[in-house]
Ligand binder design. Structure first.
Ligand code: ADP
Ligand code: ASP
Ligand code: MG
Length: 457
């Protein structure tokens, strides 16, 4: 059994959806379950509609809903020729958007969007795209069933203390298995929404954008898949973001650990939570290109494969804030615990940490809603300094353990390009080295480091 996931671009237009359908139909694996993202841009439109309803001139949310409706109806007109199926699709789209319009109208009165409401709103993107793909596949006589996961976890939160942690997702995966296995046994392909919810704190806070990759990984675990395939708009995981270095090359194999590091350090191509469900059952995760299905893609396996290079890939994270806390005696017992507890109590997660005799610096995402409260609290005891708009550039790969001088070449490439380094950190398992630099230098830093190691222009 394979779990296949198709991203926003693979669902972005009638042509793209037809191509996605062809990949599903001609797939060599007989038993497969499909997970889809919203049509590209639709989740952003839904978020903008919610913002409009609560902030600006309120009524403008209707324009966003119109745009969403037109996008789906246009695709439906091309994809579904059977009259009954077309009517079913049209009525479905109209009914769902009417429901959302009523919901947004209510928000204009309330004036704010809770995480729960946000989940309610963004779930529509995946509901509409999954319905569209399932109708198209039915139109060409495939045995499929549309499965909306929008309410699948609600009864798992009866007890308030339950948090959406790993244990919770294991239980959720078990539930998914019970739902999908009977269909697979009857050779029916489930077409599932990449959105599952609605979870405490909201899916965007608890899981983050790009959550459909994680849904596909949980489906794969649930149904004992031998492979989880993430179909997207690039031919695999590349040596860096191709939007920055167009000569970036595809990496044919990565280990679970390397892929997790890459995703955590900003490689947008897979969501950071995609790998752990695969680890336990040793499921191969493969990244494939919907527009070039014959390309091999990247296989993510338990051990990966050593490459000829010193490391595999370069990542960059933008919009980073560096917070430095100074104290005359940093080594005094309890100071670090005190600081980390303060961050935890304001729900602010830390990415990199660097310490010296008199200070500790940490990086966090720009614009966290609790940052000013945290700073006020810390300033009661310490001297606090904040710098915004930084970036983190990192090199990732297991090979770094065995190759001498990689760090030296990394830092020299940056300094030769006159890029100042503010902070340095080496991951605990020595498979990444990260440097904090000014945000304005980020793209150039990626280019010069890629050139240094992979000999590109
Ligand atoms: P989808 O909508 O299919 O989930 P995403 O936009 O989330 O696709 O992820 C694919 C994009 O990730 C690519 O188009 C590419 O611009 C970006 N990307 C960033 N870093 C990398 C990388 N190292 N390898 C491949 N793609 C990357
Ligand atoms: N549509 C959602 C997003 O844009 C989820 C996904 O694409 O995986 O974040
Ligand atoms: Mg994605």
């Amino acid at each position: 059994m394979f779990s296949l996931k198709f991203g926003g671009t693979s669902m972005g237009s009638a042509e793209a959806i037809a191509q996605t359908a062809q990949i599903i139909i001609s797939h060599p694996e007989q038993h497969k379950s499909v997970v889809v993202s919203a049509m590209s841009g639709v989740t952003n439109l839904l978020i903008s509609a919610a913002e409009c309803a609560t902030k600006t001139d309120k009524i403008c949310y209707k324009n966003y809903l119109e745009e969403i409706k037109e996008k789906h109806i246009t695709a439906l007109d091309t994809l579904v020729t059977n009259k009954d199926l077309h009517t079913e699709g049209k009525e479905f789209i109209e009914k769902k958007l009417l429901g959302l319009s009523g919901f947004l109208h209510a928000l204009t009165v309330i004036g704010e969007v809770s995480s729960r409401s946000n989940d309610e709103i963004i779930s529509l993107g995946e509901i509409l795209s999954a319905k569209l793909l399932s109708l198209h596949l039915k139109d060409i006589n495939e045995k499929v069933e549309f499965i909306s996961l929008e309410n699948i976890v609600s009864d798992m939160f009866e007890h308030e203390h339950i948090k959406p942690d790993k244990h919770f997702f294991e239980c959720f995966s078990h539930k998914l298995g019970k739902l999908l296995t009977p269909l697979l046994e009857e050779n029916i392909t489930p077409i599932c929404t990449g959105f599952f919810g609605k979870i405490p704190d909201g899916i965007v806070n608890a899981v983050g954008r790009g959550y459909s990759d994680f849904t596909a990984a949980l489906v794969g675990k649930a149904c004992n898949a031998t492979e989880i395939q993430i179909w997207t708009d690039v031919s695999g995981i590349l040596s860096t973001d191709p939007r920055i270095v167009k000569e970036a090359h595809v990496i044919d194999e990565l280990s679970f650990n390397e892929a997790t590091e890459l995703a955590n350090l900003g490689a947008k191509v897979i969501h950071p939570q995609t790998i752990w469900p695969a680890v336990k059952n040793n499921i191969v995760v493969r990244i494939k290109n919907t527009m070039a299905p014959n390309d091999m893609g990247t296989a993510i396996t338990k051990l990966g494969k050593n490459s000829n290079h010193s490391f595999k890939s370069i990542t960059v994270q933008k919009d980073i804030t560096v917070l430095t806390v100074k104290s005359s005696n940093m080594s005094e017992s309890g100071i670090l615990i005190d600081l980390f507890q303060a961050f935890a109590s304001y729900d602010i997660s830390i990415d990199l940490v660097s310490t010296s005799e008199s200070s500790i610096s940490v990086t966090i995402q720009n614009g966290h809603k609790n940052l000013s409260k945290l700073v006020t609290e810390l300033e009661k005891k310490y001297n606090v300094e904040i710098v915004h708009n930084k970036s983190i550039i990192a090199i990732v790969g297991n090979e770094m353990l065995y190759n001498m001088g990689v760090a030296g070449r990394f830092f020299s490439a940056l300094s030769n390009a006159k890029i100042n380094i503010n902070m340095i950190s080496q991951g605990a398992n020595e498979s990444n080295i990260s440097a904090v630099i000014a945000g304005k230098d980020a793209n150039n830093a990626v280019k010069v480091v890629h050139k240094e190691f992979f000999n590109t222009i």
